[in-house]
Design a protein around this ligand. Structure first.
Ligand code: HEC
Ligand code: HEC
Length: 179
């Protein structure tokens, strides 16, 4: 592919053509990168779910703990990035970074949820899917009609920043928010 287009350039012999091709290629690059799926959910689904849980959230709940500010594999006690930095799962370096960041984030929120919410509520995915819904692009109580972002500022002993992230986490549990 690469050789073919280089030869093409040489045959036509035009600098101009070459720079047009280069410009076109650069213009396409972001689209190509997105199409390859640097969305962590896509990466997980393409490269991990064949052998592991269907969804990254279930995978994290089943396998990962959050200890001292980092995600670790429950079974081995090793940090997530140590394991994924070896060949397992055939990730490119950029996919690995996106996935490790994501797993860290999911594990952190999972830990917070376990610590501060699970005592009164079902798992986050169940809470979200049974009681929450998106209205006018806002996460709201399905029956209470509450604005959940507001509600969590004073519910569940979260800091304001945690409340924001928890709102986003709950929102991600809804099937309607999947890409
Ligand atoms: C071809 C199948 C396959 C694919 C693809 C795969 N895994 Fe695995 N994975 C396994 C097997 C088999 C084990 C060992 C299971 C066990 O020890 O119970 C394992 C173990 C693990 C463990 C446990 C490590 C530990 O220290 O306990 C983690 C975490 C893991 N895989 C993450 C991933 C992630 C993330 C991906 C995607 C990037 C992935 N795997 C892709 C088959 C796979
Ligand atoms: C001490 C028990 C308790 C804890 C801890 C708790 N909740 Fe609640 N939560 C409740 C009760 C009870 C309600 C229902 C209140 C109502 O509807 O008036 C509720 C309501 C909610 C709602 C709104 C549901 C709706 O239909 O409007 C959300 C979202 C929620 N909780 C999330 C959380 C999160 C996230 C945490 C952890 C940060 C948490 N809760 C911690 C008891 C608790």
């Amino acid at each position: 592919m690469r050789h073919a287009s280089f030869n093409l350039c040489r045959n036509i012999g035009g600098r101009v053509v070459r720079s047009i091709l280069l410009a076109a290629f650069l213009a396409l690059l972001p689209a190509v990168v997105l199409a390859q799926g640097l969305d962590p959910h896509r990466i997980y689904e393409r490269k991990c779910s064949g052998c592991h849980e269907d969804h990254a959230g279930d995978f994290v709940a089943a396998n990962i703990d959050y200890v001292d500010g980092r995600a670790i594999w429950r079974a081995s006690g090793r940090p997530v990035e140590a394991f994924l930095s070896r060949k397992h799962g055939k990730l490119t370096p950029s996919e690995r970074k996106v996935l490790v960041d994501h797993l860290n984030k999911v594990a952190e929120m999972g830990g917070l949820y376990r610590e501060k919410c699970l005592i009164c509520h079902d798992r986050a995915v169940v809470l979200a899917r049974s009681r929450l819904i998106i209205r006018a692009d806002k996460l709201t109580g399905r029956y209470s009609k509450r604005d959940i972002a507001d509600f969590l500022k004073t519910h569940g002993r979260l800091s304001l920043e945690e409340a924001e992230r928890m709102t986003a986490t709950l929102r991600r549990q809804l099937p309607s928010s999947l890409p």
